[in-house]
Design a protein around this ligand. Structure first.
Ligand code: NAD
Ligand code: DAU
Length: 336
């Protein structure tokens, strides 16, 4: 089996490539990533000599490149993770979100269709459903009501993927997961940002009252579900993924400070995110029922091991914060 992972130098993608190489050692994993600010070749450093991991720097919106990769490597299946992923950045500049998340996905679909890829797995998000009140959970039947440019672009991509399934008979599966945490997450996202700031005794910026609720899942649990979606999912279906683990932001930040032995005086309430979704909660019963998957990592353990990873890998996130990580690819791979 030969699979193409897009966005494999990002947080979830780099963990997915590692999981696939470990769990399916006979598969070849081709990894297409543009290395935007969020892509970090250093997150793949341990796979450098792995002959069954082929890293290619490039854009998912480059149809010629994508088609040639699908052909050259006889790709059976695609995991499409490449995206602009940060809500705050989408508020500052939505254009690139449409280019990559919408047009890029459409190029991937066209190429996958032309090259007769057997399955196309689109990695989406619970944010396409918008925001919840105090009760209830998103199911696959919940209406799409995205509220940020990021989530609107992801919803558009989901609809294109499902339309290609419906119109052209392509075998597509869409997964919609809740907030991930774990190693190699870019320190602009809540958990790694707060850990890094606390370790440097900098203020921890909590948006608004900090009572917004997110439903957290460890990246390994998410990625095991993606593999199950490829192998067990039904064509044309959507699968919600989550770990039944809701927390208000302020409580997470307090817990991180406790684990790190730092004081709550580091917390600074700052201006709220415009249009900030109040609460997400995922009902993942369908995935549990149909994919034979369930999350395994308890939040207390996952959070402790994640903090430990950022403590032990300080160089990784310090090089991200200084910008030094951006030259890693050239230094290690030359002009290749
Ligand atoms: P990330 O920002 O860490 O990584 C994105 C990767 O995509 C980067 O390596 C970047 O270089 C690459 N990329 C961006 N534009 C590209 C392009 N045009 N061509 C090729 N590569 C490109 O994101 P992440 O958190 O790992 O998220 C991965 C996917 O999972 C995204 O599609 C996101 O919407 C989805 N998702 C994320 C979460 C989460 O909590 N992080 C939850 C659910 C779904
Ligand atoms: O739900 C899945 C989504 O989770 C993914 O689709 C996105 O790609 C991913 O970025 C994430 O989106 P969020 O907006 O929920 O994640 P973020 O880490 O940016 O913020 C989490 C919560 O923490 C949110 O309520 C905003 C808040 N926050 C975030 C930052 C960066 C703060 O209070 N302060 C901060 O500095």
């Amino acid at each position: 089996m030969n699979v193409l992972v897009t966005g494999g130098a990002g947080f979830i993608g780099s963990n997915l490539v590692r999981l696939l190489r470990r769990e399916r050692p006979h598969w070849t994993v081709v990894n297409l990533d543009k290395l935007t600010y969020a892509g970090n070749a250093e997150s793949l450093a341990d796979l450098r000599d792995d002959k069954r991991h082929v890293f290619v720097r490039g854009d998912i919106a480059d149809a010629e490149l994508v088609a040639s990769l699908l052909r050259e490597h006889a790709i059976d299946a695609v995991f499409n993770l490449a995206a602009e992923s940060h809500v705050d950045r989408s508020i500052l500049g939505p254009g690139i979100f449409v280019e990559t998340n919408v047009s890029g996905t459409q190029v991937m679909l066209d190429c996958a269709r032309a090259e007769k890829v057997k399955r196309f797995v689109q990695i989406s998000t619970d944010e396409v459903y918008g925001s919840l009140g105090a009760t209830g959970r998103f199911t696959e039947a919940s209406p799409l009501q995205p509220s940020s440019p990021y989530s609107a672009s992801k919803a558009a991509a989901d609809l294109l993927v499902l339309a290609y399934g419906h119109t052209y008979g392509m075998d597509v599966v869409v997964t919609r997961c809740s907030n991930n945490y774990g190693p190699y997450q870019f320190p602009e996202k809540l958990i790694p940002l707060m850990i890094a700031n606390a370790l440097e005794d900098k203020k921890l910026p909590v948006y608004g009252d900090g009572q917004q609720v997110r439903d957290w899942i460890h990246v390994e649990d998410h990625n095991r579900a993606l593999l199950a979606a490829l192998e067990e999912g039904r064509a044309g279906e959507v699968y919600n993924l989550g770990s039944d683990n809701e927390w208000p932001n302020l409580q997470i930040v307090g817990r991180l400070l406790e684990i790190l032995g730092k004081g709550r005086d580091l917390i600074a309430h700052v201006q709220d995110r415009p249009g900030h979704d109040r609460r997400y909660a995922i009902d993942a019963a369908k995935a549990q029922r149909e994919l034979g998957w369930s999350p395994r990592i308890a939040f207390a353990d996952g959070l402790a091991s994640t903090v430990d990873w950022y403590v032990k890998n300080r160089g990784w996130w310090e090089r991200v914060r200084t910008g030094e990580y951006r030259t890693f690819y050239e230094r290690n791979y030359g002009a290749r």
